[in-house]
Design a protein around this ligand. Sequence first.
Ligand SMILES: Cc1cc2nc3c(=O)[nH]c(=O)nc-3n(C[C@H](O)[C@H](O)[C@H](O)COP(=O)(O)OP(=O)(O)OC[C@H]3O[C@@H](n4cnc5c(N)ncnc54)[C@H](O)[C@@H]3O)c2cc1C
Length: 503
Amino acid sequence: MSHALGHRLRDLASQPLPEPAETRQTGILIVGGGISGLSSAWQLARSGGDDFLVLDMESEPGGNSRAGKSPLVAYPWGAHYLPLPTAESTWVRELLAELNVLQGDPAAEQPRYDERYLCATPQERVYRHGLWDDGLLPQRAIDADELAQQKRFQQCIETLKHERGRDGRRLFALPMELSSRDPQWLALDAISFRQWLLDNGFTAPTLHWLANYACRDDYGTAYEQVSAWAGLHYFASRSGVAANAHADSVLTAPEGNAWLMRGLAARAAGRIVSDALVWRIEEGKHEVAVDVLLAGRSVRFLARQVIWAAPAFVLPRVWPAMPGELRAAAQAVTYAPWLTANLHLSDFPEERRGAAPAWDNVFYDSPGLGYVVATHQLIRRHLGGTVFTYYRALHDVPPAEGRRLLLETPREAWAEGILGELERVHPDIRRLCTRLDLFRNAHAMSRPLPGTVWGAERQRLVAYVGRRMHLAHADLSGFSLFEEAQYRGVMAAIQARRNLRFQ
Ligand SMILES: Cc1cc2nc3c(=O)[nH]c(=O)nc-3n(C[C@H](O)[C@H](O)[C@H](O)COP(=O)(O)OP(=O)(O)OC[C@H]3O[C@@H](n4cnc5c(N)ncnc54)[C@H](O)[C@@H]3O)c2cc1C
């Protein structure tokens, strides 16, 4: 969320926005044009609805799945991959089939995928002790005990991928809502992922590194602060397989997940309003009044149903009469701040020894996670340059401090730090970098802290069924993934449409 706009919502009491001078009507109003809001629109459109609008405060939709474009290539600003869809991810499969990326029956056990979207090999490598290693789990300079622990961990994850709870559901499903409610497994939410590793005799430094990396990468949070249930979900939920790819392959494109976002948005063509900041919601007897700042003036939208597909923490700021328990639940969500940077390079940089350049290039021991390469998917190999997207979660300080650092540290200082980190692995990076753009995302994703994933507050957000107000957004899942955002968006659309019919 743009911080200037966010602060306008925070400071509404002292700096009121203009009262609306115009009124418009709509059946279903979707607030937020990220993956969840666009998924609501997608679901409404494909079930024959056309009386809806999507509002987003930014100048283009997409939220965390937006992308940029240079004359050479498109590149992500946030989300950049989708694992092979699981059996439960039926709506992901349907979307992929609609986009012709999943070829054939979307319900097939092992679907075929368009090769252009399967990540080209090598998919990933990790830079450790001055060398690049293939894959994410370092194998070099490791003793027999560590290797044995790595093997045992992988076997344990393989078992968990297929294991079911006493209710017959998979322990870790994607979307998470379809997971088993077996209390024995939900109890893992009470401890941290680090604690779970130790309790299970996993002490190997490379395993601890991998677990911490996974939590920083997907949750923007260190593993000692992540619920063990969420930590295991990262590894054990991804059970998708393909007829023409490895089980751990991912779907990606130069622009990251923006192609998925555009696929959803295509269904809502002409119904997405950008630069539209929702700043007040009042639920009336027959409709909801939603006040929106549009091109410097306010417009009141009267909607029969509203889907809130923006982050949970914003809702209490704009809905004065929000029910108390719901307000407390929304305020309980905590967010990880993130920094991303796109480095435009005039050529591919010099390499250190070890594994060949991959799509995802991970640092073992660095503040940043590493970078992905936008041109990796392109068949044309002789390109006049490339774009690296660098990722860093500010997980090592409390989120409020991370947000302060994010906003107060000058651009030059961030750029210098990033170039310094990358220089360790590519000595000539400064010479090749023709442009470096930063994106500071203060409330990038909700944090699955111990006790929050299956705790009462999150479940209160999920259970809320208003007469006219519905909640979507990945925040309802407790962590942010494409599959979660899409699931929440589609579910909210189904509810809203049902209510509309009975009004
Ligand atoms: C750096 C980063 C990398 C990521 N990488 C991946 C990845 O590789 N794969 C993956 O699956 N997921 C990834 N994610 C998670 C990503 O957040 C989800 O995939 C998904 O994009 C979330 O969609 P959403 O709709 O829930 O939320 P958001 O993207 O947060 O969308 C919410 C929308 O609401 C709008 N909004 C907010 N307030 C208002 C208001 N008052 N009025 C109007 N509009 C408003 C915002 O502008 C925004 O567009 C990543 C996230 C980040 C931050």
